[in-house]
Write a protein that binds this ligand. Structure first.
Ligand code: UD1
Length: 422
């Protein structure tokens, strides 16, 4: 198994090249099942979650081709030959549930193992099922599998009211509504940029969607057809991670990304004393010009502060002068990075869904364990500021979501090594 060895204390600077957004690419690839013609995608990151998705697609009959050099993928599913997403694949990636709507749309039946993924809370799929039921599907649970069926005639347009703006359930609903007969309205839809990316694909495949980027989406379904190659948006979570990595080392890092994708993150970083600017080559640059101040944040659905950046911010705030507070409202049990950060010397205290951070602390290298995808990123950020050497184990979590992480960090000036460990 590989581990990362980081020697802290190097100042990071420069422009990081961003990969396509994992969280946009996954639903887009599943949407490739919605037509029997070939769909092409560009800017697909080479990540283990992408490979899991491609295997799931192959498992139901799709021919997939991933050109890892060009970062392109084609999905071609002339006929669905199986309607099952097996446990062994699904358990590693919660987003596998996104195969449910396209399978039902294509063949009126789907059997999907209940998902696993990061160990961050219960993460049920009730909202996915509720949305599909509103459009005519029925479900029962059999031996750990969700078995869904749909009467002949396919999904029928309807109204969907989400009690909470779930990202994945909004994507499930969008795919089903786009393939449905008639018009549907999704109320309280999630508004993440990755959802707009999926909407854009569905529109270019023939669906009509009004209200993109808002919490009310009106969708008129169509027989979905192939379209020109779709380019995945850049990864805003990856961008935020590198910007913070630069900040904790007293450096300055830039990334080519639309500022609107990062509004809440950049405003928190400004409050923490970072200098945020837009460069002439359309990059966001974040620089540490004289220390960091404490902040209080609460995670929230987009455009609020992303839960996927909470762990990284916590690592950064260990270097702010004073008392910071972080409240996590999206997932329970998303503080698994806390004990590991404490091992590096952070002063943190968990109070329910709050963490108090006292800074600045003198971080020191240690052996730490990655526990989930973003938790691993927080350990890296802390390690970059720690005195001495940190070894991060179980980095397969990182491989789910960060493409070429050690190479990108190296290009910014970090001393980082990816090594094999027995
Ligand atoms: C997506 C992202 C993930 C991010 C999260 C929140 C992908 C592949 N993953 O995950 O990186 O952390 O959004 O921004 O895009 N919930 C239910 N029932 C459901 C669905 C969700 O109760 O049917 C709950 C979850 O348990 C969680 C909350 O809603 O507490 C948010 O989940 P959701 O927005 O659905 O996140 P994901 O789509 O799983």
């Amino acid at each position: 198994m590989d581990c990362l060895r980081i020697v802290g204390g190097q100042r990071l600077s420069g422009k990081v090249s961003l990969s396509g957004a994992k969280n946009a690419a996954l639903p887009l690839l599943f949407a490739g099942l919605l037509t029997d013609k070939k769909l092409q995608f560009e800017n697909i990151p080479n990540l283990s979650d992408i490979h899991t998705t491609l295997r799931l697609l192959e498992g139901v009959g799709a021919e997939v081709e991933f050109n890892e050099l060009k970062k392109t993928v084609s999905v071609f599913c002339p006929a669905v030959t199986s309607c099952e997403a097996p446990y062994d694949l699904v358990r590693t990636m919660r987003a596998s549930i996104l195969i449910l709507a396209p399978l039902l749309a294509r063949v009126g039946e789907a059997r999907v193992s209940l998902p696993g993924g990061c160990a961050i809370g219960a993460r049920p799929v009730d909202l996915h099922l509720m949305a599909l039921e509103a459009l005519g599907a029925t479900f029962n649970l059999e031996n750990g599998y969700v078995h869904g069926t749909l009467k002949s005639g396919g999904f029928l347009g309807s109204e969907i009211h989400f009690p909470f703006p779930s990202v994945g359930a909004t994507e499930t609903a969008l795919m089903a509504c786009a393939a449905a007969t008639g018009t549907s309205v999704i109320h309280n839809a999630a508004r993440e940029p990755e959802i707009t990316d999926l909407s854009m694909l569905l529109v270019s495949m023939g669906a009509k969607i009004e209200g993109m980027g808002s919490s009310k989406l009106t969708i008129t379904g169509a027989k979905l057809r192939p379209t020109k190659a779709h380019r995945v948006i850049p990864d805003r979570i990856e961008a935020a991670t590198y910007l913070m990595a630069g900040l904790i080392t007293g450096g300055n890092v830039s990334a080519e990304i639309t500022g609107e994708f990062l509004t809440s993150v950049l405003s928190v970083l400004r409050d923490a004393g970072a200098q945020v600017s837009e460069t002439q080559d359309h990059c966001i640059e974040v620089a540490n010009r004289g220390g960091l101040s404490p902040v209080k944040i609460t995670t929230a659905p987009f455009p609020g502060f992303p839960t996927d950046v909470q762990a990284q911010l916590m690592a950064l705030l260990t270097q702010a002068e004073g008392h910071s507070e972080i409240e996590e409202t999206i997932f329970e049990n998303r503080f698994m990075h806390v004990p590991e950060l404490i091992r590096l010397g952070a002063r943190l205290r968990i109070r329910g869904n709050h963490v108090d951070v006292e800074g600045p602390s003198a971080l020191q290298g240690a052996i730490v364990m990655a526990t989930d995808l973003r938790a691993s990123a927080s350990l890296i950020i802390a390690a970059l500021a720690a005195k001495g050497e940190t070894k991060i184990r179980r980095i397969y979590h990182l491989d789910r979501g960060y493409e070429d992480l050690h190479l990108k960090l190296k290009s910014l000036g970090a001393e980082v090594y990816r090594e094999r460990e027995n």
